[in-house]
Design a protein around this ligand. Structure first.
Ligand code: MN
Length: 311
């Protein structure tokens, strides 16, 4: 798995899933830890333990601990009805300063998993995770029109500066790779958190943007954007940046949002995207456990992960 000139990428096998059991309540007492790594499951989980993207984007380290914190918060959630199980393929671990080799390794792993699974869920890492996620989907489906739906306070289309690619540049990089057929929607963007240069670039590239202000009460304002991208694409890559949520609920991210989009609205957006039947790949990014002392953000991430596995 290691293509890097120096030894910066490794693979860490999934730890054993453990949690509570309630046999006294009968048969229907399964939790997610009970259905992890079941034979025949068509859902796969893989982590990207990477701090490099956030550090280069002038943030604090911590995102590399995200995948394991999300797994732990998932373990005792009830198993959704109709979800037979999921396979946990452990973490791609990047130890260097350049996210590139890690993204490449993640892409190879995701492409392999997509051959055997109906849906792959990637746990980040900062939003540099998206480059690996997308590379994997592109490798698995070379001819597909890929639509990207990003639930995020930011478009993450910064130009690559002197520091190199970071957690702020993934969708810039994807656009550079495939400027034609760039189908990208950002749902929940906070105007105050993005310079005008970024919103200008989004407009120039035909990015669909739905502002956080339009998503305070319900998800209706996002539905036309979701339906349009689903109609013109063969497959959807759904990315969830936890910094779209209010800081009161999701403090443990690199860039907490003062306003944010409420969780029930994010869940309704997820349901609408999943209902298209086109989501082969999803990721959850930007959890930073050292900034999440009460574990609340990890709990929110786990709710979202459960939805993305089941829906
Ligand atoms: Mn982001």
């Amino acid at each position: 798995m290691n293509d890097a000139p120096n030894d910066t990428v490794s693979h860490q096998p999934a730890p054993e899933w453990q949690g509570r059991s309630d046999p006294e309540d009968g048969a229907r007492t399964l939790r997610l830890h009970h259905i992890a790594n079941r034979d025949g499951a068509d859902r796969a989980l893989i982590g990207f333990a990477c701090d490099a993207g956030v550090i280069r984007n002038q943030g604090q380290p911590g995102a590399a601990q995200g995948p394991q914190a999300i797994r732990q918060a998932m373990a005792n959630l009830s198993a959704p009805e109709g979800l037979p199980g999921f396979h946990d393929h452990g973490d791609v671990v990047l130890a260097g300063e350049d996210p590139g080799p890690g993204q490449q390794a993640l892409g190879l792993a995701v492409a392999g998993l997509l051959r055997d699974h109906a849906r792959v869920l990637v746990l980040g890492g900062g939003h540099e995770t998206a480059v690996g996620s997308w590379q994997g989907l592109r490798a698995a489906l070379p001819d597909a029109r890929i639509g990207i739906v990003n639930i995020d306070a930011h478009p993450d289309i910064r130009a690559i500066g002197a520091a190199g690619a970071s957690s702020g540049t993934p969708f810039f990089q994807i656009h550079q790779t495939e400027p034609e057929g760039f189908n990208y929607a950002v749902l929940g963007l906070a105007a105050e958190a993005n310079t005008l240069a970024l919103t200008d670039r989004a407009q120039e590239w035909g990015v669909t943007v739905v502002a956080d202000h339009a998503l305070q009460r319900d998800a209706e304002a996002a539905f036309p954007a979701i339906d349009a991208i689903a109609a013109r694409c063969d497959t959807i890559y759904l990315s969830v940046d936890l910094d779209v949520l209010p800081a009161s609920l999701a403090p443990g991210v690199s860039s907490p949002a003062a306003r944010g989009v409420p969780l029930h609205v994010v869940e309704a957006i997820l349901d609408r995207v999943l209902a298209t039947g086109k989501v082969r790949l999803a990721d959850i990014v930007e959890l930073s456990p050292p900034h999440d002392p009460a574990g609340l953000t990890a709990r929110v991430a786990a709710l979202i992960a459960r939805r993305l596995l089941a829906g």
